[in-house]
Every structure is written in structure tokens, then in C-alpha cells.
Design a protein around this ligand. Sequence first.
Ligand code: 5CA
Ligand code: ZN
Length: 409
Amino acid sequence: MHAWPASEVPALPGQGRDLRIHDTATGGRVTLAPGPVARIYVCGITPYDATHMGHAATYNAFDLVQRVWLDTKRQVHYVQNVTDVDDPLLERAVATGDDWTALAERETALFREDMTALRMLPPQHYIGAVEAIPGIVPLVERLRDAGAAYELDGDVYFSVESDPHFGGVSHLDAEAMRLLSAERGGDPERPGKKNPLDPMLWMAAREGEPSWDGGSLGRGRPGWHIECVAIALDHLGMGFDVQGGGSDLAFPHHEMGASHAQALTGEHPFAKAYVHAGMVALHGEKMSKSKGNLVFVSKVRQDGTDPAAIRLALLAHHYRADWEWTDQVLQDAVDRLARWRAAVSRPDGPSADALVEEVREALADDLDSPAALAAVDRWAERQQAGGGTDEGAPGLVSRTVDALLGVAL
Ligand code: 5CA
Ligand code: ZN
């Protein structure tokens, strides 16, 4: 699949800082030390509805990771998937009478537009589950042949016990895993499984549902976790730097994905850090397509809001926090954008050399974007107060905000 156009990232003077970030697997901060090419996989959307502010907040977090890396003069190799065949997508298509492929294409196109408007850097490889199927089938066959997977009435399940590191991403106890597995696409109640938590790798063709040639697996379609593993291994390989997504993906999705990959390769870890963004809520409940309590990026854009203001609304919250979207959050961002634009549109101002370092340090410190915004606010206040005659300052502020926060002033 094609991704979306990249906006330019201005180079800043001086030296960027290495990112210290919270890793779910170790439960603490790790200092990432990627090679000259940093490798990141971020789980993409299931395209059955439009991009909401929760999605946007999660992609914003991983966009910041990349901007911090780019500021250290590294290249970034970024891979993202699109879960363009899965139960919720097929169910929605049946409910609305849509063709499932048309639904997926339409919503993926809208996601691209939203990402472009929000100035999120595009992945180099943007891969759909359907196009990944030829790569998924041999992986499932290999797991089965190695005894790490087994068949149940034509479906193929992964045996969680085949990975000695299973549990090492989320560190949940068996009961918590069982509950979350039932909530998030698993089938712990299905009789005949070796372990109730075992996730499906390959689902045998069901009446009325799309299916593909699965070689020795028979016709069917891939399970969810193996989709991301196949795409990540194909384009990044084992031991890539960051596996990213919202906190609802830590278990089962990232736990199972890590185990699939570790069982396949005999290597550990799948990713050096597992980074999870908090959940954005609306009216007290997590924004979710299944509940329908959504604020869509595209709708807010259509209402005339500058996408830069949407981005500032996201940046005003720490990526690991769970927070609530409200009209006030957006209004505050609109006001801040106006203040910043007024401040950088003057011919000179207070020196911004310290500001560059403050924003760098804030982001390197577990992506503390609220602290970064506060630093820019302080510069804008000094500007407002009329202090400073540095002719390079407004331009430098503009480039800093653009390069590190993805906001065009
Ligand atoms: N296709 C899978 C990943 S392979 C999937 O989870 N798709 S999704 O469309 O449901 O979510 C896309 C991304 O948005 C995931 O990283 C998910 O964790 C994140 N996300 C979903 N809802 C929210 C929310 N309310 N707040 C923050 N992030 C969210
Ligand atoms: Zn995924």
C-alpha cells in the first residue's frame, strides 16, 4: 500500500538528545541507543471507521519518537500495518451492507488524509494484512512444524507455552490475561485448546467470509498478532528498537506478537522497547469504534479547525496519561496556536537558543510534550512582553516547533 506524503523536517542547530522512554516490558525507563538507522513498528488502524482523537494521540506519540531520533541525525525506518481484514471490519461491513474491501479502502484513504493534515511522518512501509498473507502462511507452517502451533477443527493456534519468555511484555497474571484475552479478540472459552490463552494464527475459511490460499494450512485468513509479526520481521527483523501502540495493545497483541516471533526465531527480544500510549476518553469512557463515543479528526477538520490546533491539543497531554477529550481542550489549543503564531510573526524577539535545548530535553525525557509546550509558552510570553531583538529568534522557534513537535506555525 502507499502511505502518505512526508512533510519536511527542518534541521536544528546543535545536537539532539538520546531518548529515555518508558518500556512496558521492563516496567521502567530505558535509554534507547539505536544504530544509525532506528527501527520502529507502530500498529496501524483497523479501517472500519474514521480516525478518532485516540488514534491520533497514539500516532502523535510515535511521531515524536521519530522526530527525536531525526534530531540526533539518525535515519528512521518506520513500518506500520493496516488490519484490512479482521472480525470487526467484516462485522461492520455486514451491518452496513458495505463491501468490506470498499469500506477498508475508504477508511484507509481518510486515515492518510488525517495523518497528512496532522503532519505525522509516514512509514516507509505501509502494509495491509491482505497483502501480507503470502508472508504469513509460511510463518504459521513453520510454527506448526516446530510444534509451537497446533490445529483445532481446521483452525491453527499458537501455543503460548512454546515461548519461555511469554508474559514478559505485559507481566500480567493468568486471570488478568484471561479476562483481557476475552475482551480483545481472543477466545479463552473455546473447548479443545491447550491453553485458554492460545491465540489463533490461521482461521479456516468460514461460510460467507473472505478466505485465501493457505498452502498446507488450507483456505482461510490470518490471525491478528501474526499479521504484525510477519510485517515487522519482513521489514525490520528481530530486535528492532520500538514496538508501539496504545496501552490496549500491550496484552494480548504485543505479548502474543513477541512470543510468535521469539518462538519462530529462537531469539529474544522481538523489540528492544515496548512503548504504549494512554487511552483518550470521551464522556468518561475510552473512545472506541465499538462503543461509538468518538470525535473524528476529519470531522473537526471539516468544522474549520486548523489541524495544527488538533495537534497542539494532543501534545498538551503526556502520551502515557489517560485523558479526556473536551471542547475546552481544543479551545485551549486554538488559543495557544494563535499566541504562538502572533509571537513568531514579529521580525525579532528574545533569543531562542535556550528554548531549542529545553524542547529537546523535554522530549528526550519520556516524550514530555506538555513540558515542551510550556517552554514555548514562556518564550511567547517574553515576546509578548516585548523583550529581545534577536532577528533569528522567531524563525528558530518556528523551525523548532516544526521539527520536534510537527506543528507548522
Ligand atoms: N489494527 C490494530 C492494531 S494491529 C488496532 O488496534 N487498530 S485500531 O484501529 O483499533 O487502533 C489503532 C491504534 O489506536 C492502536 O495503537 C490503538 O491502541 C490506538 N487506540 C485505539 N483507541 C484509542 C484511544 N481511545 N486512545 C488512544 N489510543 C487508541
Ligand atoms: Zn498490530
